[in-house]
Design a protein. Structure first.
Lengths: 257, 277
């Protein structure tokens, strides 16, 4: 029944332990090529840790990760980073403050020994909707939305097949969030990318993803499709609470004293 | 409803090397004992409006207003000392992130006691008792324990409750909450809002709730002011928000993804230069 070679990403009973704290307690998931999979939960639920473990940024103590049919070992190879790239939450913290956009985009190309650097940088900027006029600016000269576009361009420039998105829009205004979400959707369609996206915002995840997993305390609470979530077809009380909470404040009816 | 605060043609300007930046450009509103929401994007001037009322604008900025009146006191004319006695006493402010707004090297209890003893002559034991009562009022389950903890030892939700306790211990009449729940998880967010809601209702405070989250504000406040580029573009009753007339308000509402609504791509704001005019 398993067709794991055709899956883009398989995580099997993954455990991450920091000192004695178990941040992930045996989490499994599988993502098909071209699919967009969401991870939802509160802070401390382990959703970001799962993403970082896949990228090789968190120590795994047990379990396995398979990317495009290849089982990952302790360290990540260069080839892995050509396949998998990550976009971080805070565009103010994830771009080097003393490097120009040009230099930021050049770095991954140089590391991986690409030849047609000039063309790729221009194309990457164009793809994320920034003109070539942004090429020699520093990140402090850009707005939050523009910075996140640069971060996306940097992730895309190696032409990965899988993009790990860690709260890519939570530091942005709602109007800018809409622009960045639209951009992400468009590049996923154009490049047939696979997304694994973390967010605390149920509305963002259901908008972007086909399937999602709700996490709490480093473990899975429930896995469901975005349609089921929209139809309130949830089985766990925790998910229902999140769903109610995301609809805004409800004033309890209190009779006037 | 008695008017607590009158703001008329408030302007805040920051002189910079490249010229004057107009952060707030002629904002007018009145506030009674109600919940007023101020909504806008970053840079819209919503926080600077709150800070000007509180008297926390940096000294190099220029504040002008026809009226900036709090309960009969002209806030622009009073001395710094009078302003200080108002601040934290009759006007209080809750900031966004308890991680940065609480003193990291002082226990939570001592910070609350300090606030109280700055404004009221009370004995140490009396102050401690009132601080513990206040911590209990913001639904901290074990006030005795939390009293002696430092800010880094508590969660974000707990820290924000402590912040609210500190601000409310003097019994202010006007509370300015600047993004009080943005750094919190959704479920914790609602707990904190419920606490604020109870306190506002029971104590009859006026509340200015500053936020970028239009949906949250509309479900929590009575009235909403929408700001864009330092000006008020629309003032509307929260329950009528879905009938907002200004294209900016409509745009802000529409660009948020909704659960169950299948709009791809999301509508984006088409900013018109005349909105800022």
């Amino acid at each position: 029944m398993t067709t794991s070679p055709s899956k883009a990403l398989v995580v099997d009973k993954l455990e991450v332990t920091f000192d004695r704290f178990r941040a992930l307690r045996g989490v499994s998931l599988d993502v098909m090529p071209g699919e967009s999979f969401g991870l939802v939960g509160e802070s401390g639920s382990g959703k970001s840790t799962l993403l970082r473990a896949i990228a090789g940024l968190a120590p795994t103590t047990r379990g396995s990760i398979t990317v495009n049919g290849k089982l990952l070992g302790k360290s990540r190879t260069k080839a892995f980073y050509r396949e998998v790239q990550m976009v971080f939450q805070d565009p103010y913290g994830s771009l080097h403050p003393r490097q120009t956009v040009d230099r930021l985009l050049l770095e991954p190309l140089a590391v991986h020994g690409f030849a047609d650097i000039e063309k790729r940088i221009l194309r990457a900027l164009d793809e994320v909707g920034l003109g070539s006029s942004f090429r020699f600016r520093y990140s402090h000269q850009l707005s939050g939305g523009q910075r996140q576009r640069v971060a996306i361009a940097r992730a895309l420039i190696l032409e990965p097949s899988i993009l790990l998105l860690d709260e890519p829009t939570s530091a942005l205004d709602a109007s800018v969030q809409a622009e960045v979400l639209n951009l992400l959707e468009q590049i996923r369609r154009d490049r047939k990318l696979t997304f694994l996206m973390v967010s605390h915002d149920l509305a963002v995840v259901t908008h972007m993803c086909d399937r999602l997993m709700v996490m709490q305390n480093g473990a899975e609470v429930e896995r469901l499709s975005a349609d089921d979530l929209a139809a309130h077809k949830v089985t766990q009380a925790y998910t229902r609470n999140l769903l109610v909470a995301s609809e805004g404040f409800v004033r309890p009816d209190i009779p006037a004293a | 409803m008695s008017t607590l605060l009158t703001v008329n043609d408030l302007r805040v300007q920051f002189p910079t090397r490249t010229g004057v930046v107009d952060a707030v450009r002629g904002v007018s509103f009145t506030l009674g004992r109600e919940r007023l929401g101020i909504v806008g994007e970053s840079g819209s001037g919503k926080s600077q409006t709150g800070r000007a009322i509180m008297g926390l604008t940096p000294s190099h900025a220029k504040i002008t207003a026809e009226t900036l009146n709090f309960d009969g006191i002209d806030l622009l004319k009073v001395s710094a000392a009078e302003r200080r006695s108002l601040r934290g006493n009759r006007i209080a402010m809750i900031l966004q992130d308890p991680k940065y707004s609480l003193n990291p090297v002082m226990s939570i209890g001592r910070q609350i006691v300090e606030t109280l003893r700055t404004h009221e002559k009370v004995s140490r034991s009396e102050a401690r008792k009132r601080a513990l009562d206040m911590l209990a009022a913001v639904q901290i389950r074990d006030p005795e324990r939390v009293f002696d903890l430092h800010p880094h030892e508590v969660s974000g939700g707990m820290g924000q409750r402590a912040m609210i306790a500190m601000m409310l211990i003097t019994g202010p009449e006007l509370l300015i909450a600047d993004e009080p729940t943005s750094a919190l998880d959704v479920t914790v967010q609602l707990d904190v809002l419920a606490i604020l809601d109870n306190l506002v209702r029971d104590r009859g405070m006026g509340l200015i709730f500053i936020s970028h989250d239009l949906r949250l504000v509309s479900s929590f406040c009575d009235r909403v002011i929408v700001m864009y580029a330092g000006r008020i573009v629309e003032e509307i009753a929260a329950k009528d928000l879905h009938n907002a007339k200004h294209p900016y308000t409509q745009g802000l509402l529409n660009c948020m993804p909704k659960i169950g609504a299948d709009t791809h791509p999301l509508p984006v704001l088409d900013r018109k230069p005349e909105w800022a005019a």
